[in-house]
Design a protein around this ligand. Structure first.
Ligand code: ASP
Length: 330
């Protein structure tokens, strides 16, 4: 599996003409994110978790070939959506406790428009459906059966998204779970991506199969504008991963962007929003994880999490690098 993915990365990198960039294959070599943001960088793409690396490559290539920031984030997050080995996004995602893969996604562009789908089944690329909601309807979000009908009418194929691997994981979970949804620090791997182009335009995308073995019908933060994702082209953008319920209660992405509007750096804004989540939930070290990414219009970026272990990828003209976020309870 690993070697197949390495091969894919290499082929893709060759395609992009980035073979000379030393940091490109630094998958294992994580670097601690400094608390201070690095110097201004445009264009820039930043995405959550290890699967942010191959997603960034495609997003970057999209920007370099003249695509918009919306094109870039859509193309980027479609990579883990289609990857059966990514068990938290799209095809291959872990199902709900009844064995159904149900997907949430949102997208937001520099013009302030947004689109989202939630509780969507049978469609491999919910992010592209979310974009269609944004561009082809007067609405922001479509849910469940209605979202599926819309997707099929737009020409998206109906597919079975439950892979054999994910089905086996669900069968195993059923033996010990007592039918209880799982909440822990590890079980979160949504892809959230933010892109900034040379002119300073911003877009974001967020897509997930949500909490593994969740209750049927559960929707997380990822499709909620202001919770899992927020973009304000005048200020900056933010995206969240982790326990959706904690992010929804505190509208974390919106809080991060508002903090930047008041003059905080992206790094300070992420830290403030994480502190707020923890305070909101009693002020003690919580059982759950949340990770936040932010970028401002100049290409300063920030990342922070409740617990250690949150990785993310940053692509700039000098390469695409995996980094490890600092954490409140490190
Ligand atoms: N935020 C997602 C959710 O709660 C989970 C994740 O980040 O993996 O649905």
């Amino acid at each position: 599996m690993r070697s197949r993915r390495k091969f894919l990365f290499k082929s893709l990198a060759g395609l992009l003409g980035w073979l000379g960039a030393p940091a490109l294959f630094a998958h294992e070599a994580t670097h601690f994110a400094s608390r201070k943001s690095p110097k201004k960088t445009r264009p820039l793409v930043i995405a959550t978790w290890n699967h942010g690396l191959p997603a960034n490559e495609v997003a970057w290539h999209t920007l370099q070939s003249g695509g918009t920031v919306v094109d870039a984030v859509e193309a980027g997050v479609r990579v883990p959506e289609a990857d059966p080995d990514v068990r938290s996004v799209g095809y291959g995602g872990l199902p709900d406790r009844d064995g159904h893969v149900t997907l949430d996604a949102s997208i937001m562009g520099p013009d302030g428009r947004a689109g989202a789908v939630c509780f969507l089944e049978h469609i491999m690329h919910p992010i592209s459906v979310a974009r269609k909601v944004m561009e082809e309807t007067p609405h922001v979000m479509l849910a469940g059966e209605g979202a599926l009908q819309f997707a099929l009418a737009q020409g998206f194929p109906r597919e079975d998204l439950l892979t054999e691997q994910a089905r086996q994981a669900w069968e195993k979970w059923k033996k010990t779970s007592n039918y209880q949804p799982v909440i822990n620090v590890e079980n979160h791997d949504t892809i959230g991506m933010l892109a900034l182009d040379e002119r300073g335009d911003l877009a974001g995308a967020c897509t997930t199969s949500g909490l593994a073995f969740k209750m049927r019908g559960r929707v997380g933060d990822s499709p909620i504008i202001g919770a899992g994702l927020y973009v304000d082209n005048a200020v900056g953008a933010a995206v969240a991963t982790g326990l959706g319920e904690a992010v929804m209660r505190t509208l974390s992405s919106f809080v991060v962007v508002e903090a930047m509007r008041q003059g905080r750096t992206p790094q300070q804004a992420c830290q403030e929003a994480i502190e707020r989540i923890v305070a909101w939930h009693g002020g003690h070290k919580p059982e759950f994880q949340v990770g936040l990414l932010a970028v401002d219009k100049d290409g300063n970026w920030g990342a922070w999490a409740i617990h250690p272990g949150f990785t993310f990828a940053v692509a700039t003209s000098t390469g695409n690098e995996l980094k490890r976020s600092g954490a409140m309870f490190a």
